[in-house]
Design a protein around this ligand. Structure first.
Ligand SMILES: [Zn+2]
Length: 399
């Protein structure tokens, strides 16, 4: 089968990390530790697994961080190489499996937790919080926090993958593929919105208006009674989308401190070095980018005792002084799990599938590429915000 494969290359890693920021074009070209290969289809690891043919697979910010060497070394022990990336997937069942006959359209819940690995459930999995699984390196398949980071399962950027029944959700009839492929990032946004712990009427700052940021606005409006939702967005197209999805105010990151000072009537201080910050500010901030500057902005504009959610894969190096001085609560929002709703606990994925039926997601998938054009696809994805595109995806069926 045809697939894109990520392999270990220390020289490319170092080069991508050092040169990539200055010369972004190199990231999708000679520096990417990625190659198009013809490899064997992944084998079924055990009972309860089936083959799935991806129809569309998204390119995620965490994929780009991995390719550009910006991801923390912390994750190196949580993956197995070489792997086929791609964890945002809509596809067709190739085998029949327990209520999902061959041909059924499915979306993938990518976490490879205890159920998939065939080991007794860890405490988190027992509680339904599969994103917090402790057993992601043992059992039936090689280490890998998710499909798309595991050497044994294949991934969405290939023409076949294997998935466990616990990872598969049927797509409602009539939901278009370019909507279904957003269910995974939407489920992460649903989880982030629940982790945000916004009180009714509380103010929220969303830093970043890529896929995660935009879908988090949508999820906050659906699942919380947040008051003001302010989005810091770099690019004009993102600002328009943020409004469409429920933002009450959209600001540019460069003016964010000043704008939040005005709306929250805070004091603004400017230290001898580094960015200015507020005494006062938003009740909750959600960093949907994961860069040093995005986290700095979130930490510096959240009120004392407020909450900061890390919803993007974080880079190192943010200044934690405000966490101490302002007694901020900093919390992660990784992947998905189970959410407490008015009707009891519901999986983030089920909530996302429901929300994806009617939400204004038209046009969010802005470009689709066949696998052989992967360099163009990655170039496009690295520059997506500037080009007015939200999500770039592969169609692994087309040549
Ligand atoms: Zn587990």
């Amino acid at each position: 089968m045809l697939a894109l494969e990520l392999y270990r290359s220390v020289p490319k890693y170092v080069a991508a990390r050092t040169l990539g920021e200055r010369v972004p074009g190199l990231l999708a070209g000679p520096l990417a530790p990625l190659r198009l290969v013809n490899r064997d289809e992944p084998a079924l690891p055990a009972e309860g697994w089936a083959r799935v043919r991806p129809r569309l697979a998204g390119i995620c910010g965490s994929d780009l961080a991995t390719l550009s060497g910006q991801a923390s070394f912390y994750f190196s022990s949580l993956v197995s190489m070489p792997f086929v990336p791609g964890h945002e997937v809509v596809g067709d069942m190739y085998d029949s499996l327990d209520g999902l006959p061959a041909g059924t359209r499915v979306v993938l819940e990518p976490v490879l937790s205890c159920a998939a690995r065939g080991v007794p459930p860890c405490p988190s999995c027992q509680a339904g919080a599969t994103g917090r699984c402790d057993r992601i390196t043992v059992g039936h398949v090689a280490p890998g926090l998710q499909t798309g980071y595991c050497a044994d399962t294949g991934g969405g950027w290939g023409s076949m993958l294997v998935a466990h029944r616990s990872q598969l959700h049927a797509v409602p009839d009539g939901m278009a593929d370019d909507r279904a492929v957003l269910v995974e990032p939407l489920a992460c946004a649903v989880h982030a919105a629940h982790r945000a712990g916004v009180e009714p009427g509380g103010s929220v700052l969303i830093v970043g208006a890529g896929t995660v940021g935009l879908l988090t606005v949508l999820a906050l409006r659906e699942f919380t009674r947040a008051g003001q939702v302010v989005v810091a967005a770099k690019h004009p197209a993102q600002r328009e989308l943020a409004r469409r999805l429920g933002a009450s105010d959209v600001i540019s990151p460069g003016d964010a401190v000043a704008a939040i000072r005005r709306t929250t009537r805070s004091y603004r201080l400017t230290p001898e070095r580094g960015a200015s910050f507020l005494l006062g500010g938003m009740d909750v901030s959600v960093d949907c980018v994961g860069s040093r500057s995005s986290l700095d902005l979130a930490l510096r504009t959240t009120r004392a005792g407020g909450r900061v959610i890390l919803a993007g894969m974080p880079a190192a190096g943010a200044d934690l002084a405000p966490v101490w001085f302002r007694e901020l609560e900093v919390a992660g929002a990784y992947a998905t799990g189970i959410e407490m709703t008015g009707e009891g606990p519901v999986s983030s994925f089920d909530l996302a599938i429901d929300l994806a039926r009617d939400a204004p997601l038209e046009g969010l998938v802005g470009a689709v590429y066949p696998l052989p054009r992967w360099r163009e696809a990655l170039d496009h994805a690295f520059a997506a915000g500037r080009l007015g595109t939200v999500k770039v995806a592969f169609d692994p069926r087309s040549e």
